[in-house]
Design a protein around this ligand. Structure first.
Ligand SMILES: N[C@@H](CCC(=O)N[C@@H](CS)C(=O)NCC(=O)O)C(=O)O
Length: 209
């Protein structure tokens, strides 16, 4: 059986899709509609979220924080993640953790789905407003890390960069309030020009779930 990665266009699963392409992994990528209660990934992931991976052995894996290193480790020579036990690997994992907890769950979940935090409309507007302010703070360490650097570690394009590019695009879509994050926007322009990213985005925008 060939491994299958479920993704949704524009979602955080783009990071795994990019890593699959960067590493040249023989994985079948399948698009799903997150609003469809019958979407195929729901049969294996009760949370109904992407990314969801079914390995060649039929094991189901979820969570970017697990999938990104798992995929990178299939191709050590890709340089997407340094070897086990190295400081470089720990630093990349720290960024993955930061992006996952602070940026995605800590900010974007409340910005994009405030109804998960408050039932009334007025409260939802407050949740969203507060999350936008929190995002301004949470982006500061990323902006500093990217100073004069093309990637987060300054040398290699890693799984953390594959993941950061997703949020770079989401931040850009928030408009002028986020214009001051010039290093992140520069990083984002480079990200969107990578062959793997262009290929993944083109495929996701033309392949119907
Ligand atoms: N902690 C999860 C979050 C995954 C996640 O929230 N994915 C979104 C797309 S960006 C999703 O599937 N949303 C559908 C939903 O929450 O119902 C991870 O990092 O993999």
């Amino acid at each position: 059986m060939r491994a299958t990665l479920f993704v949704s266009p524009g979602a955080c699963s783009l990071a795994c899709h990019v890593v699959v392409l960067e590493a040249g992994l023989p994985i079948h990528v399948v698009p799903v509609d997150l609003r469809d209660p019958a979407a195929p990934h729901r049969a294996v992931n009760p949370l109904g979220r992407v990314p969801t991976l079914i390995t060649a052995a039929g094991e189901v894996l979820t969570e970017n924080s697990a999938l990104l290193p798992y995929l990178a480790d299939q191709s050590p020579s890709s340089g997407l993640l340094a070897p086990v036990g190295t400081v470089l690997r720990a630093r990349t994992q720290a960024w993955v953790g930061y992006l996952n907890a602070e940026i995605h769950t800590g900010c974007f979940r409340a910005i994009n789905r405030p109804q998960r935090y408050c039932l009334d409309m007025k409260g939802q507007a407050t949740v969203r407003e507060q999350a936008l302010l929190r995002l301004q703070e949470a982006l500061e360490p990323i902006e500093s890390a990217l100073q004069d650097r093309a990637t987060l570690d300054g040398e290699h394009f890693t799984i953390a960069d594959a993941y950061l590019g997703v949020f770079g695009a989401w931040v850009r879509a928030l408009g002028a309030d986020f214009d001051r994050f010039t290093e992140l926007h520069r990083f984002g322009r480079g990200y969107e020009q990578r062959a793997s990213v262009m290929r993944a985005r083109a495929w996701e925008s033309t392949t119907q779930p």
